[in-house]
Design a protein around this ligand. Structure first.
Ligand SMILES: Cc1cc2nc3c(=O)[nH]c(=O)nc-3n(C[C@H](O)[C@H](O)[C@H](O)COP(=O)(O)OP(=O)(O)OC[C@H]3O[C@@H](n4cnc5c(N)ncnc54)[C@H](O)[C@@H]3O)c2cc1C
Length: 421
């Protein structure tokens, strides 16, 4: 078992892990031993979170464990080592002729890390990526291995575990027959058209994203549609927004080579559902991110509240993305209970200005029950978060039961969930 001295920094480079050890177990027995003996421990995924959610005094990476992927065509599931990245998983799934229901904007993230934070893609009828979890196996702080499947008691609390329940070693996801997707980009949608036709716009494709810098109009609408036997009806405009004639990057001015193909060229689900291609730097690479998910019924007022801050937001913003996510029953999911809209911000890497902006944004969004994305930057403390999650008391009880000695309760969890400093 190799042990590095220091895990270094997160993907964005804005956070240096304080952990003094990074363990690399290659067997489940080694995971059990490390977890049972560490005073404080967390599993590190692909390090794409922007805050200290993944930190602890000791960290584990499961990258040296066998991937051990099993596609069960009869059950429509795939099981594997939970540290696998979506892009790697997709390659095997495609060879097996099966697919996932959705992906995030990038395929570079680990499945376990994405699931732990309720990472989502877009689509009115698409639940977040955690909703595809049919089963999981984890090693608790006592070194015990437990497994749970959908429908069992507490399963809905185990999935979006915020890294606080144990080391998730295996995950089983739902799969479906492979499908193709084509995407088209429309430019210059007016705010009035977005407000008036919000439901028609977000349902005009399987997955729809609106990008904006909060100017006079929105910038781009990305529409990803599943390819069917019906001939495609090619629209030259979308409620006044004009179809782009070349591939676009969501951040205007950046080269679209890193983006998945557009212009209606059909391709595998895994090559179209993310905005960014594996093998390239996703997004801009020099950035911070925040996102707030709120009940869909508040969308027009919430966007209006953000627009009142547009002049302050724009100087420190690269781009915002507005997406829809279907409701789920996972206790700590940002999409729990109601269909949701995510308002996302890709910021310039100006931490102080961003932190100041987050205070103002959260005040503006507070009337709309906005839940901050667990893996991104936010200001809300436990007092602000508590009323947003009706199953939080059950979740805290589950955390205490599975981890009575508190080994997985890091400082992020204590501050954001428990209100302890
Ligand atoms: C460029 C970029 C684009 C993004 N796009 C999206 C997007 O489209 N949609 C969206 O919702 N989010 C998006 N995110 C946020 C990202 O999906 C989340 O931060 C996600 O948690 C990252 O996964 P990770 O593997 O890097 O996890 P990490 O950041 O490494 O860890 C996150 C949490 O998961 C826990 N964890 C990881 N592995 C395990 C395990 N095996 N067992 C137990 N706990 C574990 C960690 O302890 C930690 O608590 C984006 C981030 C970046 C940098």
């Amino acid at each position: 078992m190799i042990e590095d001295r220091s895990p270094g920094r997160n993907w964005a480079g804005n956070y240096t892990y304080r952990a003094e050890k990074l363990h690399r177990p290659s067997t489940i027995e080694q995971v059990q031993e490390i977890v049972a003996n560490a005073p404080g421990v967390r599993v590190l995924g692909s390090r794409h979170s922007f805050n200290d959610i993944a930190d602890s005094s000791e960290l584990i990476t499961l990258e040296a464990m066998p991937m051990d992927m099993v596609v069960d065509h009869a059950a429509n599931t795939v099981s594997f080592n939970a540290t696998l990245k979506y892009g790697e998983l997709a390659e095997t799934l495609s060879a097996e002729g099966v697919a996932l229901h959705n992906l995030a904007s990038l395929p570079h993230i680990s499945v376990a890390g994405a699931v732990a934070t309720a990472t989502h893609g877009s689509g009115d009828t698409n639940g977040n990526l955690s909703t595809a979890v049919a089963g999981l196996e984890l090693v608790t702080s006592g070194g015990e291995i437990i497994s749970a499947s959908r429908g069992e008691p507490d399963f809905d609390g185990l999935v979006v575990g915020l890294g606080a329940l144990g080391a998730v070693t295996r995950i089983t996801l739902d799969v479906e027959p492979a499908y193709e997707v084509r995407q088209r980009v429309f430019e210059g949608l007016s705010w009035e058209a977005l407000f008036e036709h919000f439901d028609e716009i977000t349902s005009c494709g399987y997955s729809v994203s609106v990008f904006t810098r909060w100017g006079e109009t929105t910038d781009q609408v990305w529409v990803k549609s599943r390819v069917t036997d019906e001939p495609e009806q090619v629209e030259s405009d979308l409620f006044g927004a004009v179809a782009a004639a070349v591939d676009r990057h969501p951040i205007l001015g950046l080269d679209a080579t890193s983006c998945t193909p557009q212009l209606g060229r059909s391709g595998l689900w895994s090559d179209r559902l993310p905005h960014f291609r594996m093998g390239f730097t996703p997004s801009s690479g020099e950035e911070l991110q925040s996102e707030y998910l709120l009940p869909r019924r508040h969308v027009v007022e919430a966007i209006g509240a953000v627009r009142t801050l547009a002049d302050k937001i724009r100087p420190i913003l690269q781009v915002s993305e507005i997406r829809t996510v279907a409701a789920d029953r996972l206790w700590m999911s940002m999409n729990y209970g109601e269909d949701t809209v995510g308002i996302h911000f890709t910021w310039k890497p100006e931490r102080d200005a961003v932190e100041d902006m987050l205070v103002q944004l959260e005040a503006a969004l507070a009337p709309f029950e906005a839940r901050p994305h667990w893996g991104k930057l936010f200001n809300a403390d436990a007092a602000a978060i508590t009323p947003l999650y009706e199953r939080r008391p059950d979740f805290v009880r589950l955390v205490e039961r599975l981890d009575p000695r508190g080994a997985f309760r890091n400082s992020w969890f204590k501050a954001r969930l428990l209100g302890e400093s």
